[in-house]
Design a protein around this ligand. Structure first.
Ligand code: C2E
Ligand code: MG
Ligand code: MG
Ligand code: MG
Length: 282
């Protein structure tokens, strides 16, 4: 019996592995062709000033509508793209596309707002990230101050001694730098002071459980104070309810992003959004 069930167990895992490998291969092959097939799009999510309700920025979020696989969420294809190195050409495309679109909105006469682009660690560590960003700005004609690069704590802590040099070169291009998912990684406060970043983005997990978990309220309060003390802007991600927004306001957080204000929307919805403002504010 033991032998038989052992064999069944073995076969079970074997088949599961095959399914995962197959799925991975399909995803990877699909991803390899995604740029050429024009299956990638950027969605944009508004960032809101909590005092005035006005849109003060947009975050570009990658969307993949695969011909055979349908819509694949970033949580499934970004880690894979990082593992197989495809994040480099994909990340380049995102940078160029976001800059191009931002410039196009400005050319159409819309009030300019910074557009945030997520950078993956692999992309950042590549020696020509500075050249890549410079090229995206140059080709689009976008002024650097309208581009914000979102980095994570782990990217900053694990990128070695040259990280401050690279950040300095990026700052020299005039771009804004922010730390995404702040509070979830291990960041040394001593380092934080030396990184030339402009903004902390409070991770959405803290905002989500705010009402149920007093620890999260304390963490948010601490990040807001840390930001104030280091003269960094602070924005809260994942704001879904009025209660969360009220808490953030009371604690002195001046900006937020989340479904309460707007979901990420296709690029062609942005001109109307920038012109008319958010429904909440009308
Ligand atoms: P992120 O940069 O922290 O982006 C925020 C994520 O939270 C987005 O998910 C957004 O749609 C979602 N979100 C926004 N507001 C709310 C809310 O109120 N409630 C909830 N539950 N979620 C909200 P998305 O678009 O699925 O992206 C997931 C992650 O994938 C991003 O997290 C980012 O780390 C990564 N990603 C997305 N686009 C890119 C990209 O172009 N390059 C790289 N390297 N990573 C990207
Ligand atoms: Mg982000
Ligand atoms: Mg985040
Ligand atoms: Mg993230």
């Amino acid at each position: 019996h033991a032998k038989e069930s052992g064999r069944n167990t073995y076969r079970f895992f074997d088949e599961r592995m095959n399914v995962n490998t197959l799925e991975r291969l399909q995803l990877e092959n699909g991803l390899r062709q995604a740029i050429g097939r024009q299956e990638l799009r950027l969605a944009y999510q508004a960032q809101v000033d909590l005092a005035s309700g006005r849109i003060i920025g947009l975050e570009a979020l990658l969307r993949w509508a695969s011909e055979p696989l349908g819509n694949v969420p970033p949580s499934r294809f970004i880690p894979l793209a990082e593992e197989c190195g495809l994040i480099i050409p994909i990340g380049d495309w995102v940078l160029r596309e976001a800059c191009r679109q931002a410039r196009q909105w400005q050319d159409a006469g819309l009030d300019p707002v910074p557009v945030g682009v997520n950078l993956s660690a692999l992309q950042f560590r590549r020696s020509d990230i500075v050249a890549g960003v410079a090229a995206a700005l140059d080709e689009s004609g976008l002024d650097g101050r309208w581009l914000e690069l979102e980095l994570t704590e782990s990217l900053l802590m694990e990128s070695g001694p040259d990280v401050i040099l690279t950040l300095g070169r990026l700052k020299a291009l005039g771009v804004r730098l922010s730390i995404d998912d702040f509070g979830t990684g291990y960041s040394s406060l001593a380092y934080l002071k030396r990184f030339p970043v402009d903004r902390l983005k409070i991770d959405q997990s803290f905002v989500r459980d705010l009402a149920q978990n007093p620890d999260d309220a304390v963490i948010i309060r601490t990040i807001i104070q840390l930001g104030h003390n280091l003269r960094l802007e602070v924005i809260a991600e994942g704001t879904e309810t009025l209660e969360q927004m009220d808490f953030l306001r009371r604690e002195g957080c001046t900006a937020a992003q989340g479904y309460l204000f707007s979901r990420p929307v296709p690029a062609d919805a942005i001109p109307a959004l920038l012109q008319r403002g958010l429904p909440l504010n009308r």
